[in-house]
Structures are given as C-alpha cells and as structure tokens.
Design a protein around this ligand. Structure first.
Ligand code: GUN
Length: 291
C-alpha cells in the first residue's frame, strides 16, 4: 500500500516552476498573478493567503485584491477589466465561491482566456475537451493527474469513477482521464447516481470530489483500487485548538486497508492545487511574452 505524498510531488513540480521563473526573469519578464477575493469566507481567505505566499516564495509577483461582501457585479467586472489590461499580470483568479449575488459564470467569462489560470473560461473548457494543449486546465484535476502518474498507476483501459460533476473538479477530471494518453474508461457519478457504492466497487481508480466528509467508506472500494481524495471538509472537533479538523471525502482509516494507493487529507491533493496554479501562471506568462 502506497500513501501518495502530495507535498513531495508538489515540491518537485515547484522546483521545475522555479527554474522556469528564473529563465523568464533572465529574459526580462516576471510572472504575475492576481488573486481576487470577494467576501469573508474563512476557508477562501486561507486558500487565497496560501496562493499569494507561494508566489512570493517562488519570486513571482502577486496582487491580492480583497473586496467587501457588498461588492457589486459591476464593480467586480471593472476589477477584472483592469487586470485584463494590466500587462504585468499574466494570471487572474477570482476565488470561488463568491457571495450569492454575484453571477460567477459572467465573471469567469469576463476574464481574458489567456489569463484564465483556473481554466474555467468557456474557451479553456473547450480546449480541454478538444485536447488542445494551448489551453489552461483547472488546477485541482491537473494536480490529481500528476499524483496518479507519480504513483505509477496504469490509467490505460482502467475504469475510473469520478464522484462529483463540478466545473472545478469532476467534469475536467473526467476529461483528463478519458483523454488520449490517459485512456481510462470514465464514469461520472453524482448525487442522483443509483447504487453508488456498488458502482465504485467496479472502479480501478476512484476520484472523490463531492465535499461530503468521509462519504467514501471501505464498502465502496475494491481490493487494490487507487483512491484520490479531493475533499477538504471542516468537521467539528472540540479536542482541537481551532474547534475543527480537516477530513477528506474518503474515510481514510477504513479505505487505507483495502486500496493499492491513496492520497491523504491533508497533504495529498491540496498542495498539488497550488503547485499547478503556479505552473499555469508560468505557462500564461510564457505565452503572453511569446517566450
Ligand atoms: N475554490 C476552490 N477551488 C478553487 C480553484 O481551484 N480556483 C478558484 N478560483 N476557486 C476555488
């Protein structure tokens, strides 16, 4: 049984990213990422802080734009337009989820697709499905694929069950797994799927991205399966200083006994998401600088 170490794989991705940043600097351009946060969601604040910190660690420019919850759609669109026009900014990310009065899809469409390092713009969604490598792929599923590869998992002909159909993880994950080269047979399950546990027991690879704490239990997993846990859920825990702890979508203590490889939470997919964001920002910079 292999515990897939996301921190280690992320560190090796970031070593390469750092080399690329140095090369870009030699050529006279410093990659720049803008991170926009609307509102006060505590988890979002943590994620945005980590992203900005990582940019600084790698010698990249970053701009954090924190806007109040009451920010209007129009005001947010104006911020995006300014960032689109700013040649020192190569990547733009608006942290999801925004407050409910914001039309997130309209914001995503307003981002210049060349700066859409999240890969959420329709043009980049299309490029992923078309297998056009010039597009941007959402960071979390991109990181999951790297983890699967790093563990030496054979995806060709494997049955992969993706639990969750979100635009951020489930749908792009399915596209990546079925793409030429990965060649998996993919089933996408969601909240209306019948007999989910039975379906998952037919999987060689399970990717859990539902946001339900410890939903995937041992009875979902066949012996020797590979389990990628995308969940980051806060559950109450009075014994912890913060009053909560973080668990995945997978009941780790049970599933670890049955699988061939598993990603832990924390320390699995989480660190990869940030690493791939940095990689996407470098890619955006290179494309915009025509380097
Ligand atoms: N919220 C959760 N994951 C993500 C992500 O990858 N990008 C953005 N912008 N928001 C998120």
């Amino acid at each position: 049984m292999q515990v897939i170490n996301g921190k280690e794989v992320a560190a090796s991705v970031l070593t390469k990213v750092q080399q690329d940043i140095e090369a870009l600097k030699q050529a006279g351009v410093v990659p720049g990422l803008a991170v926009v946060l609307v509102g006060e969601d505590p988890a979002s604040k943590v994620y945005v802080g980590s992203k900005v910190r990582k940019c600084a660690e790698l010698g990249m420019n970053s701009r954090k734009i924190a806007l109040p919850t009451e920010t209007t759609q129009q005001e947010l669109l104006k911020v995006v337009a300014e960032l689109n026009a700013d040649s020192s900014i190569h990547g733009i990310l608006v942290q999801s989820p925004p407050p409910p009065h914001i039309d997130e899809a309209a914001i995503v469409r307003a981002i210049d697709p060349r700066k859409d390092v999240d890969g959420f713009h329709p043009e980049n969604v299309a490029k992923l499905v078309l297998e056009d490598p010039s597009g941007f792929v959402p960071c979390t599923p991109l990181g999951c694929m790297q983890l699967i590869k790093s563990a030496g998992v054979e995806t060709q002909g494997a049955h992969a069950v993706v639990i969750g159909r979100s635009m951020i993880v489930g749908k792009p994950m399915a596209s990546l797994l079925m793409a030429k080269g990965a060649d998996a047979t993919v089933t996408v399950a969601h909240s209306r799927t019948r007999d989910l546990a039975q379906l998952c027991r037919t999987a060689d690879i399970i990717v859990a991205a539902v946001g339900r704490p410890e939903m995937v239990t041992a009875d979902f997993v066949k012996d020797g399966a590979v389990v990628i846990d995308v969940g980051i859920n806060r559950v109450e825990d009075a014994s912890r200083e913060k009053g909560y702890r973080i668990v995945g979508d997978v009941k780790y203590s049970e599933v670890v006994q049955k699988c061939r490889a598993i990603t832990p939470v924390p320390g699995g997919v989480g660190p990869m998401t940030i690493a791939m964001l940095m990689a996407n920002t470098v890619k955006a910079c290179r494309q915009q600088a025509l380097l």
